[in-house]
Design a protein around this ligand. Structure first.
Ligand SMILES: Nc1ncnc2c1ncn2[C@@H]1O[C@H](COP(=O)(O)OP(=O)(O)O)[C@@H](O)[C@H]1O
Ligand SMILES: [Mg+2]
Length: 301
């Protein structure tokens, strides 16, 4: 659906994108995570035909950003990092303006505006001006605006940044509901957001891809699947050897009387409990988070 080919872009001495290659499949929700300045917004602005690359191409349904920017723009709904909404407009007039701009058929416009306001829970604010809205409400209108022409592709740049937890989870719900119907790119530096929403995640830093995979793939890459913390009464070198010998154990670390054991499978927890034979004071498990993967990528990179 979207094919990014050898994309590079510099601003003076800063290489914002450094020979980026990426394929995004139809119906996929792809997350791009990376620290500030990684190049996320630059990549998105190029895909949306707002910014020209120094070299490389993006093909959207086979159309090149160099040849057919207008057609590509009409296929994409874009929620920018800081949506520039016309402050004096009423919510419904803003949506009408964009519906007309994107060529929604005249007889469909009013219906479409009502549907979009309903979708983002803003029907009761249709006649209020944008400048009376909080950040969270603006973000909802920004999403309605991105969706008004029913684009096949949606691109959200940091959609929950600076929002309170309840509003963020609300916005995530909208995005989750769109999954499957649309091809979606979500830029975020919130790991839990990428983890809970995305089919696939790309870790970007300094304009380059450091790693890529499903959230689970990335997490299992670093530590095995789960991490077990066990405190024992009386640590013993023989026990460490026995545990290391188990086929699904990928790592053992001992500090004082506390063992940290990485396991491929939950099944093996029982074998480990047997090794300690009632010597256990406490036991808990932890699944690695995307944050762990992220930190790990930087250690390697
Ligand atoms: N218009 C611009 N002019 C100069 N430098 C820019 C511009 N846009 C982005 N940059 C620089 O390019 C790099 C990547 O920025 P950006 O794509 O916004 O990263 P991200 O969205 O991942 O935080 C940063 O170092 C940023 O300062
Ligand atoms: Mg950005």
């Amino acid at each position: 659906m979207i094919k990014i080919e050898s994309l590079s872009k510099s601003f003076g001495k800063i290489k914002a994108l450094d020979n980026l290659n990426l394929d995004i499949k139809k119906g996929e929700l792809l997350g791009i995570i990376g620290p500030n300045g990684a190049g996320k917004t630059t990549a998105i602005r190029i895909i949306c035909c707002i910014l020209k690359p120094d070299s490389g191409d993006v093909l959207v349904n086979g159309m090149s950003i160099h040849q057919e920017p207008i057609q590509i723009k009409s296929m994409i709904g874009y929620l920018p990092e800081e949506p520039n909404l016309y402050e004096r407009f009423k919510a419904k007039d803003l949506l009408r303006y964009f519906a007309e701009l994107y060529g929604v058929p005249k007889d469909r416009i009013t219906g479409r505006i009502d549907e979009m306001l309903e979708l983002v829970g803003m029907s009761h604010r249709a006649d209020d001006r944008i400048n009376t809205f909080s950040k969270g409400l603006r973000q909802r209108i920004g999403i309605a605006r991105a969706l008004v022409h029913d684009p096949e592709i949606l691109i959200f740049d940091e959609p929950t940044m600076g929002l309170d937890p309840a509003t963020s989870s609300n916005i995530r719900e909208f995005i989750r509901d769109l999954k499957g119907d649309k091809t979606i790119i979500l830029c975020t530096h919130y790991m839990d957001e990428a983890d809970s929403l995305c089919d696939r995640v790309v870790i970007l830093d300094q304009g380059k891809i450091l790693d890529m995979g499903t959230p689970n793939d990335l997490k299992s890459k670093i530590h095995g699947d789960i991490i077990l913390n066990i405190k024992v009464e009386d640590p013993d070198d023989g026990d460490i050897k026995l545990i290391q010998g188990l086929s699904t154990v990928t790592g053992v670390d001992v500090v004082d009387n506390q063992y940290t054991i990485s396991l491929r499978s939950k099944k093996d927890i029982n074998d480990i409990i047997n090794v300690f034979e009632g010597d256990i004071l406490s036991i808990n498990t932890k699944e690695p988070t995307l944050e762990d993967v992220f930190i790990n990528s930087f250690k390697q990179g």
